[in-house]
Design a protein around this ligand. Structure first.
Ligand SMILES: [Zn+2]
Length: 558
């Protein structure tokens, strides 16, 4: 499938250059984290100094796409002064962490260090420094040579000397990160309450797990007066909510949930698509704050976000994206699942058009006409294979149909003011006369494909001008990122099409207007095994299927 896409692309490029020439399209700062704003987060491993440096370099780009919190898992990758014997490999220095802290602060990103507690004390054959240096802390000392037949080692939560050492490490991290929260990990603890441990043998695993949680909570929340986060899986009873033994507990730890403090923020990770994620209401109902976490599958992330957003609960704090090496740190800001989940999260905040929606729900005689103007270039104008204009298969008409299906009592005009071949500088000049004169309730603006021609600065200027004019009249705006283009290199963040999409996303954030992320929809289609060509009627114009993707994203606002 992928090979065919490439082949077709070259056929168009080499055999039919005329196809290019004939096309018309050739022709928070407010991201400070507060309880009211969603936590749009990223979890990343910085277990070596290289990774810390790389992360520092991309913080600004991450802020640009909307990330406002980072969980940085460092574990033994720090130059601990209190316990230099527990530093491993190629660790980060205090100075290096300071640079990361400053960069995050400057970009309004909350930085939360993570130290993996209790479990995950080895990986494959490698046992990590704590249990290597202090084998007496091991829950299964001397067992499982070369870590065979186990997933990861655990430390013993009842060993009388382990906490004082761990707390020294936590203290240093909290200081170096100037942290207002610490993530203690605690996922996938399979070795706990083992028979070979003289202290834990025969004890309740739930109580042992809870003791560990409570010990860390006392140190982090009671003593340091900062917040504590942890992964969710050991608190979910797999006999009640069966996610399998990894993301729920089949080893009797789940009872701990009843005997731990409820001010802990639970990072509830689920990486597969499901119809329901029942642990979310379970945690919310018990009083926890919940930060659902997804991984690399956009569809699974979207399902998790959509489901979590159905609970309009102030304890639902946002969304956390994990990466687990799926993308090099340098390319994080272009990591599609992250951008996709951020855009989906933002577009699921449906209040922006609530007044318009309310209006469309009114029945005669209380209703009145709603005007939606689609402004832009050839795509909203309906050009398919130039010069054919397939109005009734293009997104303005499809939007009209979708709205009428959803709001049967409404009177809606969808007015197209788009001109093939136009860029936003011309579109801005005629904005008042051609667009505002219709007294629109909503305006969609779609110029990104052609704005590659005029460059980012001019594009920013003219888009901003249109946004400001509309906002000053109280008109709602949906900004569109570009639809696909066979001549663009979608996987390259530096490709002008991607740059243009970034600008549109940034402007929507800065101006607080709606975003329809068409390009993210096209990319999600491709990452799910589809071929861009299946969405196109010519190199730069979508076909009906492509237009349907745009409408799907638009309808999330209505
Ligand atoms: Zn033990």
């Amino acid at each position: 499938m992928k090979k065919n896409c490439v082949l077709l692309f070259y056929i168009i490029l080499v055999v039919s250059p005329a196809a290019f020439l004939s096309t018309r399209c050739m022709a928070d700062c407010s991201t400070t984290l507060t309880e009211k704003r969603p936590w749009l987060g990223l979890h990343i491993l910085i277990t070596t100094k290289d990774k810390t440096e790389q992360l520092t370099e991309v913080v600004k780009d991450l802020a640009k796409i909307g990330v406002n919190s980072i969980v940085a898992e460092i574990n033994y990758g720090y130059e601990y002064k209190s316990h230099p014997e527990l530093t491993s490999g190629n660790p980060s220095s205090k100075e290096l962490i300071k640079k990361l802290v400053d960069e995050c602060r400057e970009n309004h990103i909350r930085l939360i260090p993570q130290f993996q507690c209790l479990g995950h004390q080895s990986w494959k054959e490698t046992t990590f420094p704590l249990l290597k240096r202090y084998p007496q802390f091991d829950e299964t000392p001397g067992e499982y040579s070369k870590n065979e037949a186990i997933y990861c080692r655990s430390w013993c939560p009842l060993h009388p000397e382990v906490n004082s050492i761990i707390f020294d490490l936590m203290d240093e991290l909290i200081g170096a990160f100037e942290a207002d929260a610490l993530h203690v990990g605690m996922d996938e603890v399979f070795l706990i309450g083992e028979d070979v441990c003289p202290r834990c043998k025969g004890k309740s695993k739930a109580e042992l797990f809870a003791k560990a949680v409570n010990d860390y909570h006392k140190h982090i929340v009671d003593k340091h007066k900062i917040e504590m986060l942890m992964w969710s899986d050991r608190l979910i009873d797999s006999s009640k909510i069966n996610y399998g033994k990894w993301e729920s507990s089949a080893n009797n730890t789940a009872g701990a949930i009843e005997i731990i403090p409820k001010d802990i923020i639970v990072c509830d990770w689920h990486y597969e698509r499901r119809d329901a994620y029942e642990s979310i209401p379970m945690f919310l109902n018990k009083g926890f704050r919940v930060w659902p976490a997804s991984w690399r599958k956009p569809e699974a992330a979207k399902a998790l976000i959509d489901y979590s957003r159905t609970f309009s609960n102030p304890r639902m704090v946002g969304h956390l994206n994990t990466t687990w090496g799926a993308v090099p740190i340098k390319e994080l800001a272009g990591y599609e699942p992250l951008k996709y989940s951020i855009s989906v999260f933002r577009t699921t905040q449906k209040t922006y058009l609530s007044e318009v929606k309310e209006l469309m729900q009114q029945k005669w005689p209380n209703n009145h006409t709603v005007n939606i103007v689609c402004h832009g270039h050839s795509v909203p104008a309906g050009y398919f294979k130039t010069p054919d204009v397939d109005t009734f298969n293009a997104y303005p008409h499809l939007l009209h149909q979708a709205l009428k299906a959803k709001y049967p009592y409404s009177v809606i005009n969808v007015i197209v003011t788009a001109i093939g071949g136009e860029a936003s500088d011309s579109g801005a000049k005629r904005f008042e006369q051609d667009v505002l004169s219709h007294r629109p309730d909503v305006i969609t603006i779609d110029y990104a494909l052609n704005d590659r021609r005029i460059g980012l600065d001019k594009s920013r200027e003219s888009l901003t001008s249109m946004i400001e004019q509309a906002k000053s009249r109280g008109i709602k705006i949906l900004l569109l990122t570009p639809t696909g283009d066979l001549s663009a290199k979608l996987s390259d963040p530096e490709d002008p099409l991607n740059k243009q999409a970034e600008l549109v996303r940034e402007l929507s954030r800065l101006s607080d207007v709606g975003l329809v992320d068409s390009l993210a929809e096209f990319k999600a289609y491709i990452s799910n095994g589809g071929c861009l060509d299946e969405l196109m009627s010519q190199v730069n114009h979508p076909n009906r299927k492509g237009h349907e993707l745009v409408v799907k994203a638009m309808m999330e606002w209505f």
